[in-house]
Design a binder for this molecule. Structure first.
Ligand code: SF4
Length: 675
């Protein structure tokens, strides 16, 4: 039981003062963890990972480490992190970055309390979340005094509830409220960058955000998520920071880093973004808005004009998108977009800043200046997205993207590797990148991942899973199917037929992985009745929140879950509830997105093959993740059915099979082919 804890915490450790503290001793058969977890098993894979991390931290070398499912990764990095933090006090925290807030909470609530109880030394760990999650008491009282939320009874009532809650909340975070406040209510009371009086604030001593910040500054181990870490990196590049300086960072689920870095270093503006900024200073329903109380008629006219020009600009962009774009967007290439919005926003920002200087009320000054700064940032983003800049240090790919609220103006670095190399990996903290899937299986140095991330020098490690895949997994590669890239209609009819047969034979208990929403809807429609006739519940992604679908899947073991993208990884359904995974199609990403196209062209321009050097490794990685949904514990067993004939008919198909965690024999033409 590595990484799983009992309901009750163990007694304090009784190790003597001379106990040798290294991860080998802690994770060994006679170590404190084994003594306190009756079903703990020493896993050589876990030990190898933990010892390599410990050594790399000591030698200040970056590490890329793939560790198969069931290794007990979280203990394998938390233990060396705690030991390193203890040995290097005063040098900043060891930062652990997880993929999601939910995974942060899992460490905070399960793994860390156990390790605090077991390790024979005092150390501190703190979970960091973004500043906007904390209430700002000064702004909350301002909102209460000014009552500009009170024109709507529901907002009024929510504000009152927040004020009451603030009297007894332990941490002042939005997550600890017993209701979900409307966004516009929380925005009036949240702590904000550039809107804090620091020590001059009369609430400073009781401020939840300031306390959290102090805890973050003194923490020895700091738990963050990737989005927060890379938002902080973007701030650092711009000369500011949120997280404390640190010498070590451990990234779990590190195969997500390129995507998160692209999002954090990218830009995105829509009609509703501009509308949001405008609404935060005034709305037609508000008589006592910030703008109405502190600015004159000129500012009000600019506000009206900005609203109209915003509508016109994004209507025009929507028009362009509809005329020239695909379902995934429209590349802007070298096009300039003429826009008259930013001069108006800039003038409005000037009015707000002037009003901030005029007023003697400190609270109003802060609000006015914060709104002005917000508009300045928005203008800079609009300028970057509307202008083609061929001499930029990091070229920006720009495109229009469809959304529920109309066209979005988007931009992202053509390549994040240069920025990450410069600002993260070269001269930055020692980085450990780990995940169950980091490569294609046949690439010992994880070259594809490292090249994407700009990680030139790193030690590498691959440890397999302790699970017995040869014994516990039956592979079925369906034969004689139409090629989906040639005759998609015939292929999907065949997939529906075969999926129905397999799932019914298995008595449900299946996960069906698709590569498009279109296929999810088609298969759901085809499967609903035959499954219903056998009293098997069909759970379809998109018909309920994913967490609820997963709860239903675990509660009703015979149910069948069908979905796309986010089901291929990160979901953990054990035992009888999941004994079959159907992979409908090899998960090649759609090449239609403007950013993907630009990146493919850039590879071609460098003389590389976009399919071989990008699409294929990316798809193999995702295929491995989909396969990995089946076996989540040593007791799990079942069948993986693959419905894509290209696995057998294309030369690259062998690479998918070879990437699976079977012994060499299994991946030859033996029982692995054909049911
Ligand atoms: S210290 Fe800053 S964040 Fe805290 S209550 Fe005062 S202004 Fe708000």
């Amino acid at each position: 039981m590595n990484g799983e804890q009992p309901d009750e915490l163990p007694l304090p450790p009784d190790d003597g003062p001379d106990a040798v503290l290294d991860v080998g001793g802690l994770l060994g058969a006679d170590g404190p963890i084994a003594r306190r977890l009756p079903d703990f098993e020493v896993r050589p894979q876990q030990l190898a990972l933990a010892e390599t991390i410990e050594r790399c931290l000591r030698q200040r070398r970056h590490l890329v480490a793939e560790a198969g499912t069931g290794t007990g990764k979280s203990f394998a990095y938390l233990l060396p992190a705690a030991l390193h933090a203890d040995a290097h006090q005063g040098e900043g925290p060891v930062v652990i970055s997880t993929r999601t807030i939910a995974l942060q909470e899992q460490l905070e609530q399960k793994d860390l309390p156990f390790l605090h109880a077991v390790l024979p030394f005092e150390w501190s760990s703190v979970t960091a979340i973004g500043r906007n999650n904390y209430v700002c008491l000064r702004r909350m009282h301002l909102a209460e005094r000014e009552q500009h939320l009170l024109e709507d009874p529901e907002r009024h009532s929510q504000l009152r509830r927040i004020v009451d809650w603030s009297l007894h909340t332990a941490d002042g975070t939005r997550q600890s409220l017993d209701f979900e406040p409307r966004a516009e209510v929380w925005e009036e009371v949240q702590a904000e960058h550039g809107n804090c009086l620091q020590r001059a604030c009369k609430h400073y001593d009781h401020c939840h955000w300031q306390r959290a910040r102090r805890r973050m500054q003194t923490a020895q181990v700091l738990i963050v998520n990737h989005a927060l870490y890379f938002a902080d990196l973007a701030l650092r590049i711009a000369g500011a920071s949120y997280l404390p300086a640190h010498r070590v960072v451990v990234f779990d689920e590190a195969h997500h880093l390129e995507r998160v870095a692209t999002e954090s270093l990218g830009l995105r503006v829509g009609r509703t973004t501009v509308g949001w900024h405008l609404r935060r200073m005034h709305s037609r329903r508000q008589q006592k808005s910030l703008l109405a109380r502190h600015c004159g008629a000129a500012a009000m006219l600019l506000w009206e004009e900005a609203g109209l020009v915003n509508e016109a600009l994004f209507a025009d962009l929507q028009d362009r998108l509809q005329k020239g774009g695909s379902g995934e967007g429209l590349a802007l290439h070298e096009q300039q977009i003429e826009e008259t919005l930013s001069p108006i926003l800039r003038a409005l920002s000037g009015e707000l800043a002037a009003a901030a200087v005029r007023t003697e009320q400190v609270d109003a000054q802060m609000e006015l200046q914060a709104r002005a700064n917000g508009l300045d940032g928005l203008c800079a983003t609009l300028r970057a997205l509307c202008t083609h800049n061929p001499v930029a240090e990091t070229p920006l790919v720009r495109w229009l993207e469809p959304s529920r609220h109309g066209a979005l103006l988007c931009g992202a670095p053509l390549d994040v590797s240069a920025a990450l190399r410069k600002h993260l990996f070269d001269g930055g903290p020692t980085a450990v990148l780990t995940s169950a899937t980091l490569g294609t299986g046949d690439d010992a140095s994880f070259g594809w991942l490292r090249q994407q991330l700009g990680l030139d020098r790193a030690e590498t490690l691959r440890v397999g899973s302790p699970f017995d895949y040869d014994r516990n997994v039956e592979m079925v590669f369906e034969e004689a199917m139409p090629d989906p890239s040639r005759d998609a209609q015939a292929w999907r009819r065949d997939v529906a037929d075969r999926t129905r047969r397999h799932v019914l034979d298995n008595g449900g208990r299946a996960l069906v992985l698709c590569t498009s929403w279109d296929l999810v809807r088609f298969l759901a429609a085809e499967l609903r009745r035959p499954l219903g006739d056998r009293d098997i519940q069909l759970l379809v992604q998109g018909e309920a929140p994913l967490t609820r679908l997963l709860e239903q899947k675990r509660d009703d073991a015979r149910s069948v879950l069908i979905g796309t993208d986010s089901l291929w990884e990160g979901i953990d359904v054990r035992g009888d509830a999941l004994t079959m995974v159907v992979i409908t199609r090899l998960p090649f990403a759609s090449p239609g997105h403007p950013l993907t196209q630009a990146r493919m062209q850039a590879l071609q321009a460098k003389g590389l093959d976009p399919f071989r050097d990008h699409s294929l490794p990316e798809a193999i990685l995702k295929f491995r993740q989909g396969f990995g949904r089946l076996i989540r514990s040593g007791q799990d067993r079942g069948k993986v059915v693959v419905m894509d004939p290209r696995l057998r008919t294309k030369a690259y198909g062998r690479r998918f099979v070879a990437a699976l965690p079977f012994s060499a024999d299994y991946d030859a033409d033996g029982r692995s082919y054909g049911a």
